[in-house]
Design a protein around this ligand. Sequence first.
Ligand code: HDE
Length: 699
Amino acid sequence: MATKGFKSEQGNGGETHQQIPAKGPHDGLDHLTTNQGVKVSDNQNQLKAGARGPVLLEDFVLREKIFHFDHERIPERIVHARGSAAHGYFEVYESLADITKADLFQRPGEKTPVFTRFSTVAGGAGSVDTPRDVRGFAVKFYTQQGNWDLVGNNIPVFFIQDAMKFPDLVHSVKMEADRGYPQAASAHDTFWDFISLMPESTHMIMWAMSDRTIPRTLRTMQGFGVHTFRMVNAQGKSTFVKFHWKPKQGNASTVWDEAVKIAGADPDFQRRDLFEAIDRGDYPEWELGIQAFDEAFADSLPYDVLDPTKIIPEEILPVRPIGRMVLDRYPDNFFAETEQVAYCPANIVPGIDFSNDPLLQGRLFSYLDTQLKRLGSTNFHQIPINAPKCPVMNFQRDGHMQMLQPKGRANYEPNSLSEAGEVSGPRECPVEGFTSFAGRAAEDEQGDKLRIRPESFADHYSQARMFFRSLDPAEQAHLASALVFELSKVGLEHIRARMLSNLVNVDPELAGRVAAGINMPLPKASPSAAKILDLDLSPALRIINGPLDLKTLEGRSVGILIADGSDARVVDALTSKIGDAGGRPILIAPKVGGAKMSDGSLLKADAQLAGFPSVLVDAIVVALSEDGCKALLNEAAAVQFVMDAFGHLKAIGASEAAKPLLDKAGVKPDEGITGLDDAFVEAAKTRYWDREPKIRMLA
Ligand code: HDE
């Protein structure tokens, strides 16, 4: 059968193509090309022998396109695979010349560009944003002296004290080896088996089970450098430092049920939030602070500052603010920037140095190694997102994907290849070049080769106890309930029992609550390698009623439920008041096209009710007429909208006519339940923790 072919206006999208104006060589339009720069005439059809005939191998346009597509993925990060990032700047407040010679800290007001990536740890790159998990908080400072990476977390301590245990920790938390689940969750046997056998993880477990690991947004979490680092000044004097990032937006977390529901409603909730905040000019900001101290202070503490399972409470050593970071630009391309960025704790600049923290020392090896695996070439530093913004000059050459074309003969040093017989090319700089802090090794910092932990790392429980006892009672209940939830997912009873024994060391009352929650007898305390101390409490560790629990609408969102018959004037007035208070009103209606208001006008909605549950906002307004309410009483999404807002302890402002819906959703009056007036705008600035014991059986 002879079939005539038709040219590329046909096929899928053929009609659209017909509408595109014909392009000629000088028409000023951008033309598709191959990667060799050859213009492509037809991007719809393979090259065939006849209209219905076989495809020809010589179709280099097709083969190049498919070849490139086939190789689009690179290995995802083994940990911290799922992340979101943004560009911005760091601005230093005052000169820190007294403690560091690092160039970025010398001139007040000077700005240094940064690229910051936030991540979860356990899940794959395609996992959800809101599992219970630690968050990575990695900042690349592109300083004039080279890149400095502060690769931290949103929790100031870590699970383990020695890099030797990291692969074991990560294997235990990732999906189980035989069954391939659960993804992005610590609530399973292998994790708790490992944890219960590693008492050094107990302090971190307190943080991991607290509200810190279910942050509301990336903008509302703290960051920490975790390890003790050093700053070194021009005179060579070293000061120990711990780094802290404090969000200007305040600290805010979700409740667990909410985090779980967000995962279904919007798996990209936190990534979207970061993008949208930057997009509307509400730039997220953090203050960088340091706890600076000397050896004598370190020696005075009842724990070791080289032990990454310990903090120095702010009440003992206040955090000195040194600058601020503003994130004001979302990446142009997710893969090129967020995926290819390569952080490395070994990237430091003159004026900053390491401590002997054995976990930090292990990390110094790992990251470079992982970059080679992921990015496939030793030249990954040439990728724009990784490239320093200061000159890079050396005699390193060649390698996969070399982007540079060095000129001349000299590719070694020393040389005498210049015409005058002098060295050609860059040379070392003893004055400004990086020199490691030499220090003087203490007795226990030298000696025989040993695989040993210092005795000063032996206390695994005192700070865990301090953390738990410092929390607000509502947070303590969340923490205990999280332990109950996680251990309830553990099948092997001996693991649960062993974990309970460790918890007795933290706080017998906590252990009792958890034991009751899983209905198991409370075992005896597990042996402790060191005496457990009752350290002074640190209220600065709280989220709820803590120093960063800002009662504010700034940067927060309010979902306003409207339907046919809603009062346009009331909705309008409330919308402006929410906006005036810095909040973001989001109109939600049964149909996205909008609702017909009582005055006959059509008010367009931002979101459709069935696709926008109240977990996606920080407070809700139910602005319904009698008829509107009556109609929505038969809409499960409306009942659930209100029920969840109540259950997640959010403020609810409602019209009189909406009362039947509130009743159906089980809403009981309290301080957070208001009318549609100014009282709502005030109420929406916080959550109602007192409501919780009335609606949820917490441990
Ligand atoms: Fe990491 N970690 N880590 N880590 N880590 C990685 O590097 C590693 C640790 C942290 O957004 C990997 O490029 C070891 C502590 C963040 O790209 C890998 C040890 C802290 C990120 C690696 C630790 C972190 C990573 C995987 C124990 C908080 C994501 C991909 C010795 C202070 C950075 C990569 C980003 C990523 C190794 C412990 C934070 C495999 C061996 C402690 C925020 O190299």
